[in-house]
Design a protein around this ligand. Structure first.
Ligand code: 4AD
Length: 448
């Protein structure tokens, strides 16, 4: 086959080389009949291609053909890399391609619901462009989500999902190195794990069932099955009633469960080392992605970003943020753990503090004042587990096999659950969790 060059690797090192590229026609501009400029985009990277009528370059007919190509169509281009004397605006690559051959591989519809070039601009840029009288349609979030595959083509969105891939990858690598076993847990379950209301009910062969609200019960049962240290990466379903910037009805849970030898701080220690290593690695490995994300979504502390807070949403949102500010001022960190929560606000499986049962061996982890992780030591005594579940209104019949697991000998254990989309949202300083879910599911959205 022929040798293809990626748009992202078109640099001045390739000066005077012949290259073959495939990408989308992002913008096409004719200059008279003898010249045209074509911006070609491949996976968020763009290069300016120049068509000039000349015996060794292209014909006038070729220029005509090129200028008739609709935006977002796929094109193959053969040409020579040149380095213009001045900086190129509106392209990520600082070289040009002098076109010799152009071929349209697949045509996009002539009218698009979203102009990808406009969708890639930041709010500030859009304001400026509108003030300058530019013709521009502001694309709101719902339109972006309705035509998600177009919206996903912006460099920032390309960056977000490549970074998200690294988050789950780094999570997995760290835990595998520490002797954890990756397990799969059922998503079809008989009972709830996190409490009654926010659950999707369904019928399972004439038997009432629901979609798993978390792998909680089964990851603990895996500990009873002697795996010692386990983790799960997979979908989690919550029938959230609140429409907020940080709740989805389906998200990706990163879950950990492990035996505890002496104290539940052993679990917090894993959280600490895991996330410090993850964030260091993200900063190193994802520089290009973070730069692209920052261009469309310049980093602003959430509060100043004017995040819309749903009055029906989590009541603690404001206080969590205030606390985040205080921690930052006092301790100079945006990543911190709070522990020893009142038992009353935690799920039934949470272990009470041995010295004071009004509190619990539990913790939450925050970035910039918003929760990304919650964890705890679990109750491994079946009688206590049963009475705690009943006290919280859970029908123990639906979780009988879970409770029974602790009757045959169970070690002290604990763990935590992380929301992947939330980690990415807060790490990148984004204002809405829909920006970090490829095809988000929220109380009003089941499509696309
Ligand atoms: O706090 P949650 O509900 O805790 C559990 O599911 C426990 N089983 C975890 C454990 O091991 N004790 O959820 C864990 C994390 C939250 O910290 C948050 O990051 C995320 O999952 N999360 C959501 N993300 C998006 N949309 C929602 N509706 C979320 N609910 C929780």
């Amino acid at each position: 086959g022929r040798v293809w060059t990626k748009v992202s690797s078109l640099t001045d090192e390739l000066k005077d080389h012949a290259v073959l590229i495939r990408g989308r026609a992002q913008a096409i501009r004719a200059v008279g009949k003898k010249m045209a400029f074509l911006t070609v985009r491949e996976k968020g990277y763009t290069v300016q291609c120049v068509l000039t009528v000349a015996p060794d370059l292209v014909s006038a007919q070729m220029v005509k053909y090129a200028t008739a190509i609709s935006k977002e169509s796929f094109v193959d281009i053969e040409g020579i890399v040149t380095v213009p004397p001045e900086a190129i605006k509106g392209a990520s690559q600082q070289v040009e391609v002098q076109v010799r051959k152009i071929h349209c591989v697949n045509r996009a519809a002539p009218v698009l619901p979203i102009n990808v070039e406009d969708a890639a601009r930041s709010e500030v840029e859009i304001e400026k462009a509108l003030e300058a009288g530019e013709q521009l349609v502001r694309v709101n979030q719902d339109t972006r989500l309705n035509y998600r595959i177009l919206d996903l083509r912006t460099p920032a969105n390309q960056g977000i999902y490549r970074l998200e891939c690294q988050v789950s990858n780094l999570f997995r690598q760290f835990l595998l190195n520490e002797d954890f076993v990756e397990i799969q847990t059922p998503k079809l379950t008989a009972g709830t794990s996190e409490g009654g209301a926010a659950v999707f009910k369904l019928e399972y062969k004439k038997q009432p069932a629901c979609l798993a609200q978390s792998p909680q019960l089964h990851k603990q049962m895996a500990i009873c099955g002697d795996f010692g240290r386990v983790f799960v990466v997979g979908p989690v379903f919550r029938a959230e009633d609140s429409y907020t910037h940080r709740h989805l009805c389906e998200f990706t849970g990163l879950d950990v469960e492990m035996e505890i030898k002496e104290h539940y701080s052993e679990v917090m220690d894993v959280v600490d080392r895991l996330f410090v290593e993850m964030f260091d690695n993200l900063n190193q490995r994802c520089q290009k992605e973070l730069e692209a994300i920052g261009k469309q979504y310049p980093f602003k502390p959430l509060k100043e970003a004017g995040v819309e807070v749903d009055p029906l949403g989590d009541l603690n949102t404001e206080s969590e943020r205030t606390l985040g500010k205080l921690v930052l001022e006092k301790y100079g960190t945006e990543f911190y753990i709070l522990h020893r929560y009142p038992l009353a606000v935690r799920p039934f499986y949470t272990m009470p503090c041995p010295d004071n049962e009004a509190y619990s061996n539990s913790f939450d982890v925050f970035i910039r004042g918003e929760e990304i992780i919650s964890g705890a030591q679990r109750v491994h005594v079946p009688e206590l587990l049963e009475s705690r579940a009943t006290a919280l209104g859970i029908d123990v019949k639906t979780i009988a096999s879970y409770i029974d697991s602790f009757r045959y000998g169970a070690p002290p254990h604990g763990g935590f659950g992380v929301g992947l989309e939330r980690v990415v949202m807060l790490f990148c300083g984004l204002d809405n969790i829909r920006k970090t879910s490829l095809f988000p599911r929220d109380p009003r959205r089941l499509e696309p």
